[in-house]
Design a protein around this ligand. Structure first.
Ligand SMILES: *Cc1c(COP(=O)(O)O)cnc(C)c1O
Length: 411
């Protein structure tokens, strides 16, 4: 391999080439039956995905964003409620809280896992809320009811769900997992003494099948998983204009159905997901070994012993991130930043009145995180080149430059 060969951040071509015939036959089947929206392909995928996640129900919808929005509404979130999540996530997490009529409130993340810190969740509820006579927390500053929490299993690693579920139960909060990056991730519940799969632990969970996700459609798609039959029924109505049967509308809803061709494609790809996730875990272990061998100062992701991450992303932490990106780009190595600006500092959320310093952990991560190439087919030789390029660059930069870049890179 020459130095100029491109190492993509994500390869969406090889994986579909390998399955080409099977995927094309899904399209053929749809043409033959004319079932393009709903129908058996959607139902079969829903059945398979519920089984994969270990839940009783799966409701296929148009996107991960639809899944979050419908799950929140179906869980009973009402106009004016407060829903808690974290600032370092994709904006769909908070957009859908607003679209469900609620207001997003943030708690900071754990400095090692980058996921919701259950202690900070508890602190917010204990010190910034009063409890009404029905045991429900009321945010003191706004007088609004706090009704749900959305833990985000970021980068493919589950949040500390035992702790989050315990706090949620204490304060009567619905837990809606944002599992859009975590298809097949596992969590060891000490409380239940068994491994649990992402999307099976809250009241409901939202999955995205955007093409770049670990399980991706060839277009837009998403799903809700839940063990709550009533919630699943409400979600089914919401995705289909609020109708319980054709043209009888119990509520207003949305056009948020899962496309049948995408469902058929997802069903084919789901059969490979366990193998692909294992490939990502292998690639992550190799990155870890390579960084350790190089005695690198870059922080690879932290995986607690209670988590099996499926490495949707492999995110390192480096103080000189922005210069390193250019260096890697020059060496034809693709990277990404997930995400450059924490949500509470986004222009879209000026209305929430936050300022720099409100969520120091999330803010300290934003200028330093760097997502390296990661996909199941990533090869060892490619990873060697990625780590070597980073090391060559790190060797050139002096400690003084580190701290200069560090200060200059702050949000
Ligand atoms: C991708 C993603 C979503 C939204 O999914 P779409 O299918 O793009 O609507 C929501 N939350 C997180 C954390 C995501 O990564």
């Amino acid at each position: 391999m020459t130095r100029t060969t491109a190492i993509p951040f994500l390869d969406l071509v090889t994986v579909h080439e390998e399955l080409r015939e099977e995927l094309v036959s899904v399209f053929g089947a749809a043409l033959e039956t004319g079932a393009f929206v709903g129908g058996p392909m959607v139902e079969e995928f829903e059945r398979d995905f519920a089984k994969y996640c270990g839940t009783q129900h799966c409701v296929g919808v148009g996107s991960g964003t639809d899944a979050l929005r419908f799950a929140l509404v179906a869980a009973g979130i009402e106009q004016g409620d407060i829903v808690i999540t974290v600032p370092n996530t994709f904006i769909a997490t908070t957009e859908t809280i607003s679209q469900a009529g609620a207001r997003p409130a943030f708690v900071d993340v754990d400095a090692r896992t980058y996921n919701m810190d259950p202690e900070k969740l508890r602190q917010y509820l204990e010190s910034e809320c009063t409890i009404d006579d029905r045991g429900r927390p009321i945010d003191r500053a706004t007088g609004s009811r706090v009704t749900a929490v959305v833990p985000v299993h970021l980068y493919g690693q589950m949040c500390d769900m035992d702790a989050i579920l315990e706090v949620a139960e204490l304060f009567n909060l619905a837990v809606i997992e944002d599992a859009c990056q975590a298809h097949g991730a596992e969590y060891f519940s000490a409380k239940e003494n068994r491994w649990r799969t992402a999307g099976s632990m809250g009241r409901a969970a939202a999955f995205s099948f955007y093409p770049g996700k670990n399980l991706g459609a060839c277009g837009e798609a998403g799903a809700i998983t839940t063990n709550d039959g009533d919630l699943a029924r409400r979600a089914r109505m919401l995705r289909d204009h609020g109708q319980a049967r054709k043209y009888y509308h119990d509520t207003e809803g949305y056009n948020g159905r899962l496309d049948a061709i995408q469902a058929g494609i997802l069903r084919v790809k789901l059969r490979h997901l366990t193998k692909w996730n294992a490939g990502r875990r292998r690639a992550a272990a190799r990155y870890r070994d390579l960084f350790a061998e190089a005695q690198a100062s870059e922080f690879p992701p932290f995986e607690p012993d209670w988590a099996k991450s499926i490495y949707h992303l492999f995110v390192i932490r480096v103080p000189y991130r922005d210069v390193l990106i250019r260096q890697l780009a020059d060496a034809n190595i693709g990277t990404g930043i997930h995400y450059p600006v924490p949500l509470h500092l986004q222009k879209a959320y000026e209305c929430l009145g936050h300022e720099a310093g409100d969520y120091p952990v999330a803010e300290s991560l934003a200028p330093e995180i760097l997502s390296l190439p990661m996909f199941p087919q990533l090869e060892y030789a490619q990873q060697v080149r990625v780590v070597k390029t980073i090391q060559e660059f790190a060797a050139e930069i002096t400690p003084a430059e580190h701290s200069f870049k560090y200060a200059g890179g702050a949000v």
